[in-house]
Design a protein around this ligand. Structure first.
Ligand code: BG6
Length: 495
């Protein structure tokens, strides 16, 4: 079967995600020959656009990547627009007719990939109509890609999942977490499982703590309406952070395959301790940005952002500590930190190793009375904006004495590599075309992540936060630092 002969139907085809991510990613696949002549895209949304308007939008979205305007135009000629009300059965009839026509015209072998890039409220309605209007009866494959958020808590996610699995089987469902398409997130497995130096130490005997940071410099921009109902916990922790954590914590898979990796990620997520509501305060910190300054720029507070309630209790920052109650990780805190309007944008992971059992260099030879402490060895994985890793070690300071001095082995992908790195969405679209679900989240992962996060949410919903509590342009409230200090640690990344 040629997987890349395909009809892709995008629900939400006029939206921001489609224009900023999906069309450029499809174009890159086209430039690389992954999509050839046999592909067609139907974009649907409510707006009454024509094919021509739609193609102009697509052309514009890929213009900066195209060698010539003709190249962009030829690509865009594969795109068709269908004005669509998701609740109107007639519209699915028209959609099916168009799909059948394109199937024949482009010789698509009946392969259909549906991309749901709109509010989850409509997912159930859409998939049931796809089935009842005969859109998934063709000979080829039928797959559905689903954008986050997958539910707003465990119960709503379960309902949503039941609706989708009524029509599509688990192997046909591709739940997107775009972090899983990032180059350096995929590299976590390479670092761990291809380097004995790390995997042999990857446990509670050698690792003191793990720190996952996803910091953003931006505020909520024009997404206040969505964000004020969501907050950082649901927007970032339930999905991206717990996915990264599961990749760091999982056991080595028997083989590097969809089944192997998913099994181990699920086991890791299941081993994360679910706190009781009254324990949340001790282990989690929430924050919301006040007005603030970064360099010469001044920023308004979150509560002043568009579509945000003036007395909003929504958190724009979360720091917390997870424990993984299994043999490998018992006792090792996994600290997480994410927020908007922080000092700078950066996703990085710090693996902090335990100290040597005895510090034989305790006293400085140069200054016999002076106590010398050793810095811990830290493996840092830089996810973005730079990509690479570094390992900090202790060396001897040059000279006659024996004073310790931290040194760093640092590797960063070059700007040339960065430029040619496929975008997360490009990788994930290609995976979905190839039928490879490794970098998508299985229902069991989504479900367990909601169970973990729901308790934290409930605890917060039952108490009033003293917001705002950090200045825009800072690294969050001071309680986030105290969270580690009370365990005798500190954030390795403190810009
Ligand atoms: C999205 C969140 O999932 O991830 C956004 O909804 C956030 O609020 C974004 O800004 C961060 O993604 P990235 O790739 O820019 O780190």
């Amino acid at each position: 079967m040629d997987n890349k002969k395909v009809l892709l139907t995008i629900f939400g085809g006029t939206g921001d995600l489609a224009q900023r991510k999906l069309y450029p990613s499809l174009f890159r696949l086209y430039l690389k020959g992954q999509l050839k002549e046999s592909f067609a895209v139907i974009g649907t949304a409510r707006r009454p656009w024509t094919n021509n308007t739609y193609r102009e939008v697509v052309q514009k979205a890929v213009a900066s990547l195209a060698q010539t305007p003709e190249q962009a135009a030829t690509f865009a000629s594969h795109f068709y627009y269908q004005s669509h009300n998701v609740n109107d059965t007639e519209h699915y009839v028209a959609l099916r007719d168009l799909a059948d026509q394109l199937d024949e015209q482009y010789q698509l072998a009946g392969n259909r990939l549906f991309y749901l890039a709109m509010s989850p409220n409509f997912f159930g309605t859409i998939v049931h109509h796809l089935e009842s209007q005969g859109m998934i009866t063709t000979d080829g494959y039928h797959r559905v890609i689903i954008e986050k958020p997958f539910g707003t808590d465990y119960n709503s996610a379960e309902t949503l999942n039941a609706e989708i699995t009524d029509v599509f089987s688990e192997t046909e469902i591709y739940r997107i977490d775009h972090y899983l398409g990032k180059e350096m997130i995929q590299n976590i497995s390479a670092i761990r499982f291809a380097n004995n130096i790390f995997e042999s130490q990857w446990n509670n005997r050698y690792i003191a703590n793990v720190q996952i940071n996803i910091a953003e410099d931006l505020g909520v921009e024009e997404r206040g309406g969505y964000y004020d109902k969501s907050g950082a916990l649901k927007d970032m922790v339930q999905n991206h952070i717990l996915q990264v954590l599961s990749l760091l914590a999982m056991e080595p898979p028997i083989e590097f395959s969809e089944k192997g990796i998913r099994q181990e990620k699920i086991k890791a997520l299941e081993a994360i301790r679910i706190y009781k509501e009254d324990e949340v305060k001790e282990h989690f910190v929430r924050g919301q940005y006040a007005a603030g300054k970064r360099n010469d720029q001044t920023f308004a507070s979150y509560r002043e952002e568009e579509n945000v309630a003036a007395d909003s209790q929504t958190e724009t920052f979360v720091a917390g500590k997870f424990y993984i109650d299994n043999f490998r990780w018992s006792g090792v805190p996994f600290y997480i930190r994410t927020g908007k309007r922080l000092t700078e944008k950066g996703t990085r992971i710090n693996i902090v190793f335990k100290q040597v059992p005895v510090n034989v260099f305790k006293t400085s030879i140069n200054e016999p009375c002076e106590q010398q402490s050793l810095e811990p060895n830290v493996l840092t994985i830089y996810i973005q904006p730079t990509e690479g890793f570094s390992l900090s070690l202790n060396g001897k300071e040059v000279g006659n004495g024996f004073d310790m001095h931290p040194v760093k082995l640092d590797y960063r992908n070059s700007s040339e590599i960065l430029e040619n790195t496929p975008e997360a969405y490009e990788k994930l679209l290609l995976d979905a075309l190839n039928g490879d679900g490794t970098n998508f989240t299985h229902w069991d992962e989504v479900a367990q992540s909601w169970r973990i996060v729901d308790v934290i949410r409930h605890a917060w919903d039952h108490s009033t936060a003293e917001f705002p509590n950090y200045a825009a342009g800072s690294m969050g409230p001071k309680e986030a630092d105290e969270l580690l200090e009370k365990d005798g640690f500190k954030w390795i990344w403190s810009p």
